[in-house]
Design a protein around this ligand. Sequence first.
Ligand SMILES: [Zn+2]
Length: 287
Amino acid sequence: MSAPAEAKRITCAVCQGYLGTLVGTSGVYRITNRITGDFYIGSTKDAVRRWKEHRAAFRSNRHANRHIQNSWNKHGEDAFIFTLEEDACVDCLLPAEQSHLDRYAPSFNIAPEARCPGPRFRSIEHRRKIGAAVKAALAGRPGHLHTAESRQKISASNAGKVRTEAARLKMQERRIGVPLSESAKLKLSVYWVGRVFSDEHRKKLAAARLGQKFTDEQRQRMSEQRKGKPGRPISEETKEKIRAKAIGRTKSPETRAKIGAASRERRHSDETKRRIGESLRSGRYAK
Ligand SMILES: [Zn+2]
């Protein structure tokens, strides 16, 4: 029986930072064709996953690097081995890879520069191109439907996620003009019942609504909904404001005709009559 191997301490070759004790996962790797001796150098956060990704691309003949893909096609999978050459922490991957590229000038590498992989580092223009290509490829296909279970999982994983302002704006833009389904409307209306907004929130809502025009249809609907319901109580302060605004405002002939017609049918209470008389006597309209 042999003694158990002593756990190997793994440190970053660049900054000497401690990485773990078992096997390295992040660092500089090689993919070598053992028959020809050609190799490719790359760096990764996760060597096992990266090798799987490369292999899957080779197997489906879709590897972005045609040079190594051709070699794979010619010599077969068994000719290739993946080796982690040097351990490096995530922050040191690029300098570590660059030093290997400079030292070995591997024949399979097309670019002599170590590049940041992944979508985070792609330019906006590059990402737009990818998006357009994907859209074109998917055009005309039926949409992908998630199962109820998977939708629940997606929703659970999104719950509580804090999004950047930019991301929220993008999400809003995408929703513009998309009609809500009936079930979504119902859910929203149940959600809002009995909710009380803070003053701050109400101010924000009002600001967002400022200048917003309702369609005739919306106004009709709003008016129908309000019919027969008591109006919102108006404070004395607000009433005074309305009064002040109304003074001196000229009404269109149309509006005056409407008011006239409405008041012809109206009977004032004795209290109101008294107040009207008082007001006429006391000044505001007196010459
Ligand atoms: Zn490091």
